[in-house]
Design a protein around this ligand. Structure first.
Ligand code: APR
Ligand code: PHB
Length: 392
């Protein structure tokens, strides 16, 4: 059996990018279909980022999906960086004329956006398979997939490839039309999520001779900790207590971390990745489908939001006025912001991690960079304005 339907914008992927784009477009009266490979439960349980720029917060408020964020989110007006145990507070709010970030899990954002879409009477087609993208170089693109055992084809005006790094959309663009930029880092993050209270208000990013450590949180009773590890790290060698002990050492050994039940432990590889352009004909890429940043700068989710802001503006202009200017400018506008965030994420990652014995000179230079930042207000201001988020 094969069914046909039509919509204005077909969105592939129900992660933050796809869901937020769908919410923005539906709010502006633009019909969308969202298809998703995973189950709803899987999508809503994925443990990802947790620091929101002002712009991301505002987009969630704009679409009316920010009630729980504004209730439960933690406003952070400062962040700490530590060098060999010496912690320095970066006054984000003071250095940026009042801006701050919100600590609120991506997991919760996805749950909020799914609930928002379903409550508005719009659907999300979960558990689709065999997604194929057709006609993107012409005037009648379509997305085809199997859902509920039935092959379905959705004809549309435009396709938004919000299907992440491992999705189908980027691959639908002829390879000769794409330029890919990639940097693989020689380390990863071992992360834990634990039921325990934070001993400090701020997130703490630490550079130590033993390696990088990050103390973060999801709520006053849910801590999120990371330590630098090998990309092929064996989790079996890291019992819970050893992770807490190691992070305490990397924070300088003077902070006693509360301990609690560890409910998630995983290794996250580190890469920088950008696809240019972020558009091919009637297909637009947004979020992880187009770019990946090392998580040190907390930019992945926020870049997805920025892409979606630009794309929703371009699509809205087109459907309201017929102007394609915003769509034609999308890739350049998005990439200008993507590359600034790539620079910041690479800079934070380089300053804070140990690149191993193979780069002794680089390690000294990066350590000196951090030492300089922690002693220079102009340098701290640079870090602060990038951390809270550059304007759209
Ligand atoms: N068909 C349908 N859905 C797909 C397909 C496909 N062929 N391939 C992937 N997907 C879905 C994935 O299951 C996922 O739910 O697309 C979604 C992509 O979501 P994300 O990977 O979260 O990417 P994005 O929405 O761009 O959000 C970026 O997520 O990975 C983090 O660090 C990243 O915080 C950043 C954020
Ligand atoms: C997190 O809490 O998961 C987190 C916070 C800040 C980062 C990266 C991850 O830079």
């Amino acid at each position: 059996m094969h069914t046909q339907s039509a919509t204005k914008v077909a969105i592939v992927g129900a992660g933050p990018a796809g869901l937020l784009l769908g919410a923005l477009l539906e709010q502006r009266g633009i019909d969308t279909v969202i298809i998703e490979r995973q189950t709803r439960a899987h999508v809503e349980a994925r443990l990802r980022a947790g620091v929101l720029e002002q712009g991301t917060q505002n987009l969630l408020r704009e679409v009316g999906a920010a009630e729980r964020m504004d209730r439960d989110g933690l406003v952070h007006t400062s962040v700490e960086l530590a060098l060999d145990g010496e912690r320095v507070k970066i006054d984000l709010q003071g250095l940026t004329g009042g801006k701050a970030v919100m600590v609120y899990g991506q997991t919760q954002i996805v749950q909020d956006l799914v609930a928002h879409r379903l409550a508005s009477g719009r659907d999300i087609l979960f558990e689709v398979s065999d997604t194929t993208i057709d006609g993107i170089s012409g005037a009648s693109p379509s997305v085809s997939f199997v859902h509920g055992g039935v092959r379905k084809t959705v004809s549309c005006d435009y396709i938004a490839g919000c299907d992440g790094f491992h999705g189908a959309c980027r691959g639908a663009i002829p390879a000769e039309k794409l330029t890919v930029f990639e940097k693989i880092y020689p380390f990863a993050w071992l992360g834990i999520l634990a039921h325990c209270a934070p001993p400090a208000e701020d997130l703490i990013y630490a550079r130590h001779e033993r390696g990088f450590g990050l103390y973060s949180m999801r709520s006053p009773v849910l801590a999120r900790h990371y330590i630098q590890c090998r990309p092929d790290e064996n989790l079996a060698e890291w019992p819970d207590e050893k992770v807490f002990d190691e992070l305490e050492l990397r924070l300088g050994g003077r902070t006693t971390l509360p301990r609690g039940e560890v409910i998630d432990k995983s290794v996250t590889p580190m890469r920088s990745f950008v696809t240019e352009p972020m558009r091919y004909g009637r297909l637009f890429l947004a979020g992880d489908a187009a770019h990946i940043v090392p998580p040190t700068g907390a930019k992945g989710l926020n870049l997805a939001a920025g892409d979606v802001h630009y794309l929703s503006e371009g699509l809205t202009d087109f459907y309201r006025t017929g102007s394609e200017a915003g769509l034609d400018a999308y890739s350049d506008r998005a990439l200008a912001r993507v590359w600034k965030a790539q620079r910041f994420s690479w800079w934070m990652t380089s300053m804070l991690h140990d690149f191993g014995p193979g780069d002794a000179f680089g390690n000294r230079v990066y350590r000196a960079e951090l030492d300089y930042v922690l002693s220079s207000q102009p340098a701290m201001t640079t870090l602060a304005e990038n951390y809270v988020g550059l304007p759209y």
